[in-house]
Design a protein around this ligand. Structure first.
Ligand SMILES: [Zn+2]
Length: 397
């Protein structure tokens, strides 16, 4: 904690130097917890941000929460940065109505904002309930991820579902993730996210924003993103997923594989338009892109050469209701009719690569029926034809 009660007033360590704090401590002053009124120790070391700690943590909700040095440092840095911009900035602000403490609280001319710093994983329902609480008090929560984000050697972002919950959307950056590193005093922005598996994502080149440029609402230097979608390796990722599935051969227990085999399709030779990146909204499906596009193809296009957008939406909805498909939990993305947007995006891609035609009445039609290749050379021919068109699409992105 950075705040305590001192001589019946709120006292925060961030307003004092280490020397001043040491001096106060040496005079045996008494600092009390603002929440449970128990006595606190003032800790002034050489490494961590000076802070208060409970002597006995048993009775206090706040005292029980373990606060990492990164959390303390993040609070201090954000407070110091925002104080230069707004007149009303508070650290560890207690919202009485909610019995909740905002790490940093900012009151602007038009808005009240609570910054929640997240260094460690908490259950997503907790994020949702805290968010709901703030909103009920007309406070806008601003969740900030400070837990380190892992970037693999192949450049893919590896995001556990907790970190995925911090994904946001903007028309310029599409789906993006903002990460704050207090040690480096900067923010990193991963934009134009596209999933290649449940937890791995392609992102545009990361953008760094020093804390000196941070403000609320978040403003992003433009135009920093040159090549938003780096998709040249897309087919590699697609094939890797297929080979992984074949390698682990869970045909009996895998709902999806069972369906492919029962239908008589060759998993390795599925048409390449099944499993295409749909930007930006395709990210909403937690299932691999091959899975949801396969169901679309099997339940709709394969059955009937003429189909409407509404029909596709209906078919996918049914699959979701039956548990075959699932959306990711992205609590900070608000949007209506997301499924419709995803379907629309995919159909428009299929139209661009001439897999389907759009007729005058708005219905779609498969340009030619799909014949599953019997052998590898035939499949290679399909690959050759397909990527020729696909290359042109990539240029437009
Ligand atoms: Zn306490």
């Amino acid at each position: 904690m950075l705040t305590a009660l001192f001589q019946e007033k709120v006292f925060s360590t961030i307003h004092y130097s280490r020397e001043e704090l040491k001096n106060l401590r040496s005079k045996r002053n008494i600092f009390l917890c603002p929440h449970c009124s128990s006595e606190l120790n003032l800790r002034v070391g050489s490494q961590n941000v000076p802070h208060f700690a409970h002597r006995s943590q048993f009775h206090c909700v706040i005292g029980k929460q373990h606060e990492s040095p990164r959390h303390l440092l993040s609070k201090q840095l954000l407070y110091e940065r925002l104080r230069d911009h707004f007149t009303e900035v508070k650290v560890e602000y207690y919202v009485k109505e909610l019995q909740q403490i905002a790490d940093v609280y900012v009151k602007t001319k038009t808005k009240k904002i609570a910054i929640e710093i997240q260094c460690s994983s908490i259950p997503i329902p907790d994020i949702l309930s805290r968010t709901g609480g703030y909103q009920s008090q007309n406070i806008t929560p601003f969740w900030l991820l400070t837990q380190p984000v892992s970037v693999k050697q192949n450049g893919l972002l590896q995001l556990p579902s907790f970190q995925q919950a911090f994904i946001r959307y903007s028309p310029q950056l599409h789906y993006f993730l903002l990460y704050f590193s207090p040690e480096d005093r900067n923010f990193t922005l991963f934009t134009h996210l596209i999933p290649v598996s449940v937890s791995a994502f392609i992102s545009a080149a990361p953008v760094r924003i020093p804390i000196e440029q941070f403000t609320l609402p978040l403003s992003i230097p433009h135009p920093t993103v040159n090549h938003p979608y780096l998709l040249k390796n897309w087919n590699q990722f697609r094939m890797k997923w297929i080979y992984n599935k074949l390698h682990y051969n869970k045909a009996k227990s895998d709902l999806f594989l069972r369906e492919v085999y029962r239908e008589g399709d060759t998993f390795l030779y599925l048409p390449l338009f099944v499993g295409m990146p749909v930007f930006p909204h395709g990210i909403h499906f937690k299932n691999h892109v091959i899975e949801w596009q396969y169901y679309m193809w099997k339940d709709c296009m394969k059955k009937d050469p003429f189909f409407s957008e509404e029909k596709v939406v209906e078919v996918i909805k049914r699959r979701m209701d039956r548990g075959y498909l699932e959306f990711r939990t992205l609590p900070f993305v608000c949007g209506e009719q997301l499924l419709k947007e995803v379907v629309k995006g995919y159909l428009s891609l299929l139209k661009d690569i001439q897999v389907v035609r759009r007729k005058e009445d708005g219905q779609y039609q498969l340009s030619e029926p799909w014949n599953c290749p019997d052998n590898f050379p035939d499949f290679e021919q399909h690959q050759h034809d397909f990527f020729h068109k696909w290359k042109h699409i990539l240029k437009k992105v």
